[in-house]
Design a protein around this ligand. Structure first.
Ligand code: NI
Length: 395
């Protein structure tokens, strides 16, 4: 008798034409974070057609559905994010975005198709293990704010495990990356203004020039990772914008600086934030300026894969794809609000290969020419379905 996992892959293959079509439809109609109205409605249609129960959580966008299980059996949640980005698509695909300036440049269109595919596979599965399976179609991942909305609305109530995945263009389609522990970083933002007193460029002694203060601050910030964070830890401090001045002979009154900081362990995040503040304020003081902080925020926690959930997912992936197609995931310093679910229940986030084996260095996430390999559509659906079945069967 074929195993659950063989059945899952077979169902995914059978559903492939439908799922690819859905993916193309979502790709054509990208919507920004918090504005996923059409997307949510369409997801709901497919789920209702398939007989899933939509949970009444009062969501503005996003949708949560369930396949009910027996009362005493566990509940497993699967999460797919659904939002797009403000980027003009340049893929040249037949199903490219029809909304100017918006694009599924992180391939969440594929994630939606995976989630829907998993829902259809599992709802049609004959001898599904007892236990509820819940499907979280989350809005606003790109703003790392949608997970909080779903959690606060009660989407995780009664959930024992949660699984999710992100497409990974540098992994070939058909391969899954999995790792216990940190997979994606905690993301913080900073923006501040160094305020001095402007004046004539030829009469600098009567001004308080914020530009040398900015130079000192910027140089100092480079030492946070190199001199303060342990070489055995990971952190990033990147300055993304520096704005000041209008002409070569005018000393400006202000310099505005913005950037991002990333880390895995919360203690490292604390250290980075503390040193950033000290270095910027020290530089300002040394040059007679003051600092106005607009933002100094830590953002969402790091994606941290729970050992138990990861073990279950790994076993399921090996059973589904074979040992050779399950690799150790390489963490990245990008961030994801899947971490918020993991703060509530044991969870595992996977890399689901979406690349082309012969060109793994093509355009990546958030690039106007990026699109996931369509071959990953049935695989991702099977991966999510298998994660749920693996966890329910292990109980
Ligand atoms: Ni993404």
């Amino acid at each position: 008798m074929p195993s659950h996992f063989e059945n899952i892959m077979q169902s995914a293959r059978t559903l492939e034409p439908m799922l690819r079509q859905l993916r193309e439809e979502f790709h054509r109609h990208p919507e920004l974070s918090g504005e996923e109205y059409r997307t949510s409605a369409r997801i709901g249609e497919v789920l209702v057609d398939e007989g899933l129960e939509i949970m009444d959580l009062g969501l503005e966008t996003g949708i949560v559905a369930r396949l009910p299980g027996e009362v005493d059996a566990p509940t497993v949640a699967l999460r797919a994010d659904i939002d797009a980005l403000p980027l003009a698509e340049q893929t040249g695909l037949a199903y490219a975005s029809e909304t100017p300036g918006l694009m599924h440049a992180c391939a969440h269109d594929a994630h939606i198709a995976w989630g829907l595919g998993a829902a259809v596979i599992l709802s049609r599965m004959q001898d599904r293990p007892p236990g509820e399976i819940r499907f979280l179609f989350q809005p606003s991942e790109e703003k790392t704010s949608g997970a909080r909305v779903l959690i606060d609305a009660g989407a995780l109530e009664g959930v024992d495990y949660i699984f999710g995945g992100h497409n990974k263009p540098d992994l070939p389609s058909g391969v899954v990356g999995i790792a216990e522990g940190y997979l994606m970083a905690s993301s913080g933002r900073f923006s501040f203004t160094l305020v001095g007193r402007g004046g004539h460029g030829a009469i600098p002694h009567l001004t308080i020039d914020p530009i040398p203060a900015a130079a000192t601050a910027l140089a100092g910030m480079q030492t946070i990772v190199s001199r303060n964070v342990s070489p055995l830890d990971s952190a990033v401090v990147s300055v993304g914008s520096v704005h000041a001045g209008t002409a070569g002979n005018i000393i400006p009154s202000e310099v505005e600086i913005t950037g991002t900081m990333r880390s895995f362990r919360p203690e490292v995040g604390d250290l980075v934030e503390t040193r950033l503040r000290e270095l910027v304020e020290g530089a300002a003081r040394a040059h007679g300026c003051r600092v106005e902080w607009t933002t100094l925020s830590r953002g969402v926690a790091a994606v941290n894969n729970h050992p138990g959930a990861t073990g279950l997912a790994r076993d399921s992936m090996v059973a589904l794809l074979g040992e050779d197609n399950v690799v150790e995931a390489v963490p990245v310093m990008a961030s994801e609000d899947f971490s918020l679910y993991q703060e509530e229940v044991p969870g595992c986030f996977l890399w689901i290969g979406s690349g082309y084996a012969d060109s793994l260095d093509g355009p990546g996430w958030h690039h106007p020419e990026f699109a996931a390999n369509p071959d990953c559509i049935p695989i991702g659906a099977a991966v999510l379905a298998a994660s749920a079945i693996g966890a329910l069967s292990a109980q």
